[in-house]
Write a protein that binds this ligand. Structure first.
Ligand SMILES: [Zn+2]
Length: 173
């Protein structure tokens, strides 16, 4: 099949429409129960054979536009992801300490044709809406190119997604 520029433009336009649509449903989430023994087993057995982690959260498909799963690469974390056509198009890892009332988010990543659809902002807003009153941080620092994004989504948010270390309750090494 040959691909011509007009076709690519149509595909990108459709991706934008799909992305905005999914961003609008960020409050409807299907959840995987945390810490299932079989998940831990699969993770242990597949260690070393699973694909290389490049910092991007790895999400499992639960067959819903927005899904919340046990994080594959960060023990104790969860992954919130948006799915389209059987693929994860946005994902962010997060961690909550109920005692300190702090949430951390890490490595939000959106696939290229779905950027600028508001997926990341909608996903983070849904996490905040589910847990009102939390202070929100990121674990790592912000790359220069991502600073405008964090300033926008962190505006008016307690903690502002500024870098903050894990508290002793969740920092188990
Ligand atoms: Zn804590």
């Amino acid at each position: 099949m040959s691909v011509w520029p007009g076709m690519v433009m149509v595909m990108v336009a459709q991706a934008q429409i799909d992305g905005v649509r999914v961003a609008g449903h960020a409050g409807r989430v299907r959840r995987e129960i945390g810490g299932d023994w079989w998940i831990l087993l699969v993770r242990r057995v597949s260690r070393g054979r699973s694909r290389v982690h490049r910092g991007r959260p790895v999400a499992r498909d639960l067959g819903s536009p927005w899904q919340d799963t046990v994080a594959s690469e960060r023990t104790g974390w969860r992954t919130r992801a948006a799915w389209l056509y059987g693929e994860s198009v946005f994902a962010v890892d997060y961690r909550i300490c109920r005692r300190c009332r702090i949430g951390w988010v890490e490595s939000p990543a959106t696939d290229e044709p779905y950027r600028r659809c508001g997926l990341a902002a909608a996903g983070l807003a849904a996490l905040r809406a589910e847990r009102p009153g939390l202070i929100w941080h990121t674990l790592g620092g912000h790359f220069r190119e991502s600073r405008p994004f964090w300033e926008t989504v962190g505006s008016g948010i307690p903690g502002g997604y500024r870098q903050g270390p894990l508290c002793p309750h969740v920092d188990l090494g």
